[in-house]
Design a binder for this molecule. Structure first.
Ligand code: ARG
Length: 609
């Protein structure tokens, strides 16, 4: 947009006191935005549009300062003045800014270069704050997060990794920021698969297999009956009859169904435990069975749904432009309806019906004003329709489909085992731990066996999680064992190893360091490390705002790299006096941020590895 040549250095170094707080209750961009606002008020007076909030963002390139604002450009347009002139007046009005020096660049950007003393002061106060500068939200939501949600008698496969890990992280972040969070595992426990399962249970299931590995056993039965149905046409109606019996409350079938759910839950809990993930509720699809018929009647009565070819459907109400209408698709240049079916002609209910009932329940019982669904991108249309039907019913809130792409194998096709099956999540965990064991074995052969096993688990599980969370969730990503377990690059093992390095410094001076408030910064590497440390309080909330864990992941990786550069450039234990204290304090703060930040991902940090 502009280049270095036209950056005008109108540095204003006068020190003064605007009474700004060196607290950690406001981030630097918030402070700058506030100061900009009062400068703009001084300059523009009445002309300043009411409610204007100057945007201050981190600069992409440090050559242009640490933060920048386009406020002068935005406002100049509105009040019809020259943006550079306005920017100049504003920087003059702010010439007592004790946080930063200001420069004007290009057509009227205001660049802020934070004073190292200010970074030092903020870093020092972070040391006294167990939240490390992350403020609690001022507007707590009542948030239900719907994630993981595998289907009973179908495998929890590698694709479920994404929902499970992203959802868990969002829940951790939201709780840490002070929202009221309910996590709900909306498992698929009432699908048509139960027709085959019931027949298979009665005819081919071996109880022994069920005891050994319930999830696999049920899956196996489902697969077998499925292929038997293909060979023997007479079998499918028999399975369907089992399903009808279940749906009409047959006791034997209900009992079998219940057992299927129970053993599946036990199996899933085992996997979740290994991942250190848990749910407040497991309200599966079946929990809403009784609510479906009245819901459909209600939608019919309100005229939101109508009968069409025997089924009950919701059609577009014309609220949106056709391009944005989830009830329309374009075919041969024409917009044709794609209604949401909520009751089939045979009286059966659908996935959409259940989701509408679920949403009702969540708003009524959990008082939810926000509901986030962490579900793959292919269900985009489904959720758009659900949210739009809610709009028609007058139910509004922060309803979000937090979508994500696929996991691919190295061949860029959906990740499969050699035999072409989907990869089970348990196999992924086992392999990650086995591979991490090798890494630890090579790196630290002398660790006691028990610790080795524990660390391998932390590293292996951490590697899977971090590989997921460091991706932009909308893109597909390639599942690459070597990359995710590498000790260099943006991986969990690299970050864990960085933490271990810091901890080893403190082991050498066991007990001799008490974090003081005396951080002073002189070397560039020190300043850069402090710059990143201070940014933690900005990154955590923005990670949740956009549901983009990769922002925090990228930040933590940058922080670890900044630490390594600092450690190479600045002797810590060999330095003396106040410099040594200050550098130790930077080390301590780095360790705390790394540990807390990774903790928000549900990733543990080992003390040694
Ligand atoms: N069981 C569904 C699946 O595996 C995911 C459910 C997501 N949550 C929801 N409320 N629809 O595709």
């Amino acid at each position: 947009m502009w280049n270095e040549n036209i950056v005008e250095h109108s540095q204003v170094l006068t020190k003064g006191n605007l009474g700004c707080k060196i607290g950690v209750d406001m981030t630097i961009p918030q402070q700058l935005s506030e100061q900009l606002l009062s400068a703009l008020k001084n300059v523009l007076g009445e002309a300043l549009p009411a409610g204007f909030v100057p945007a201050v963002t981190a600069s992409q390139d440090l050559r242009f300062g640490d933060y920048q604002s386009n406020a002068a450009m935005v406002l100049a347009k509105q009040v019809k003045t020259n943006p550079r002139a306005l920017a100049t007046q504003v920087t003059q009005a702010m010439n007592a800014c004790e946080i930063a020096t200001l420069e004007i660049a290009g057509p009227g950007f205001i660049n802020f270069r934070i004073r190292p003393e200010y970074y030092a002061a903020r870093a020092s106060s972070m040391l006294q704050d167990e939240r490390l500068g992350v403020a609690r939200t001022e507007a707590p939501k009542s948030l239900v997060i719907d994630f993981s949600a595998p289907n009973v008698a179908k495998p929890m496969h590698v694709g479920h990794i994404r929902s499970t890990i992203i959802g868990d992280t969002l829940a951790r972040l939201a709780r840490f920021l002070g929202h009221h969070v309910v996590t709900d595992n909306h498992i698929g426990d009432w699908g048509t698969q139960f027709g085959m399962i019931l027949w298979g249970w009665k005819n081919i299931l071996r109880q022994q297999d069920l005891e050994n590995d319930p999830i696999e056993a049920l899956l196996d039965v489902y697969k077998k009956v499925n292929s038997m149905c293909k060979e023997d046409e007479a079998l499918l109606p028999v399975c369907k009859a089992e399903l009808v019996k279940l749906q009409s409350g047959d006791e034997e079938n209900l009992a079998i169904w219940k057992r299927c759910i129970d053993v599946t839950k036990t199996g899933l809990e085992k996997i979740y435990n290994q991942l250190d993930i848990s749910f407040d509720y497991w309200l599966g699809e079946s929990a809403y069975n009784d609510a479906l018929a009245p819901l459909v009647e209600d939608l019919l009565a309100k005229g939101i749904a109508k009968e069409s070819e025997g089924a009950v459907c919701v059609f577009s109400d014309g609220f949106h432009k056709p391009q944005e209408d989830p009830f329309l698709v374009q075919k041969n240049g024409e917009w044709v309806p794609v209604p949401a079916i909520i009751r089939k002609a045979d009286g059966g209910f659908l996935y959409a019906t259940t989701d509408l009932a679920t949403l009702d329940y969540r708003t009524a019982h959990f008082n939810a004003d926000s509901i986030w669904y962490v579900v793959g991108a292919p269900q985009e249309k489904h959720f758009k329709q659900i949210f739009d039907i809610e709009r028609m019913r007058g139910v509004t809130g922060d309803f979000r489909h937090v979508a994500f792409g696929s996991i691919l194998g190295k061949d860029r096709r959906p990740f499969k085992t050699r035999s072409g099956d989907t990869v089970s999540l348990q196999d992924v965990i086992d392999e990650a731990v086995a591979r991490a064991t090798k890494v630890i074995e090579e790196k630290s052969p002398d660790l006691p066996a028990e610790e080795k096993a524990r660390v391998a688990r932390i590293v292996g599980v951490g590697a899977i999680k971090f590989a997921e969370l460091s991706q932009n969730r909308m893109s597909d990503y390639i599942f690459d064992w070597d990359k995710m377990l590498s000790l260099s690059g943006d991986t969990a093992p690299y970050l864990q190893n960085s933490y271990v390095r810091v901890r080893s410094i403190f082991r050498k001076i066991d007990g001799q360091f008490i974090a003081t408030q005396s951080i002073t910064l002189s070397d560039d590497a020190e300043i850069h490390l402090a710059r990143l440390l201070v940014r933690y309080g900005e990154v955590v909330p923005s990670t949740l705002d956009d549901c983009r864990p990769n922002l925090l992941a990228a930040y933590l990786y940058d922080l670890a790299r900044a630490f390594h550069s600092f450690y190479e450039a600045c002797p810590v234990l060999k330095s003396e006096g106040a410099v040594r204290e200050s550098r130790l304090a930077l080390c301590e703060l780095t360790a705390r941020v790394l540990k807390q930040g990774m903790g928000l991902f549900g990733i543990e940090m080992p003390e040694r590895m």
